[in-house]
Design a protein around this ligand. Structure first.
Ligand SMILES: Cc1cc2nc3c(=O)[nH]c(=O)nc-3n(C[C@H](O)[C@H](O)[C@H](O)COP(=O)(O)O)c2cc1C
Length: 212
């Protein structure tokens, strides 16, 4: 029988160039502690991250942060959508670093899955209604390019704020996964169709972020 090595969990590791003091990761969890309507970080959010880092978490992944108001998934969601957010994000990065932790911001666009009180008219790859009966407006190709750039700008703002990494939210039915899924992506242009077409949006987001 293989011997367990519990100490391994507490030993340093690296993800790319990011050095972590251990392998404990706090998975992204929407805290709903940002201001309304603009999504600024609050002292309460910084205090939560201080507590997590002080408790020994090596890498904290923030709750998802929107890259454009059109992609704000729900009230009190954190934002990284413009340079005005940088000062607030810096308070979060500083709080974690002061305790010897590292922090990645998760960036997201809610697409068709944004709450009605946050985005009255949602957008998506195709006008496929959500299970609760809301139909998104099909994005134009200019809007898709703008959404890609919004991810890149958000990542840039995060870097300027001192965040150690970004995590791209490509799951849970939000915009990127709406592009990936043949159910929600019925497009016949370059952004849809076969797997290569449906993955194009995610690939463009990754490339744009690296470019910035
Ligand atoms: C209240 C709540 C908020 C969450 N918010 C996010 C989020 O913003 N981004 C994300 O990728 N996952 C989010 N998740 C999913 C968690 O990161 C995690 O993957 C999920 O809870 C499964 O892990 P568990 O079995 O330890 O709970 C959330 C989960 C909960 C319960």
């Amino acid at each position: 029988m293989k011997t367990e090595q519990p100490d391994h969990l507490f030993s340093p590791t690296q993800i790319g160039q990011l050095e972590l003091k251990n392998r404990l990761v706090r998975s992204a969890t929407a805290e709903r502690l940002a201001t309304e309507p603009i999504g600024r970080a609050t002292p309460a959010l910084a205090a939560l991250y201080t507590e997590l880092a002080r408790g020994g978490v090596g890498l904290i992944i923030t709750g998802h942060a929107y890259v454009t108001p059109q992609g704000k998934a729900h009230p009190e969601m954190l934002s990284a959508h413009c340079v005005q957010m940088i000062d607030g994000l810096r308070t979060l990065a500083d709080a974690v670093h002061a305790e010897g932790g590292r922090v990645a911001i998760q960036i997201n666009h809610g697409g068709r899955q944004c709450a009605e009180e946050s985005v009255p008219q949602t957008v998506g790859p195709s006008p496929v209604p959500t299970p609760d009966g809301r139909t998104p407006r099909e994005m134009t190709s200019d809007e898709i390019v703008a959404a890609v750039d919004a991810f890149a700008l958000a990542a840039r703002c995060a870097k300027l704020a001192g965040m150690d990494a970004v995590q791209i939210h490509a799951a849970h039915g939000y915009l990127i996964s709406q592009f990936l899924s043949p159910h929600t992506n019925r497009r016949t242009d370059a952004w849809g169709g076969d797997f290569e077409g449906r993955i194009r949006f995610l690939a463009a987001v990754c490339e744009a972020i690296r470019g910035r």
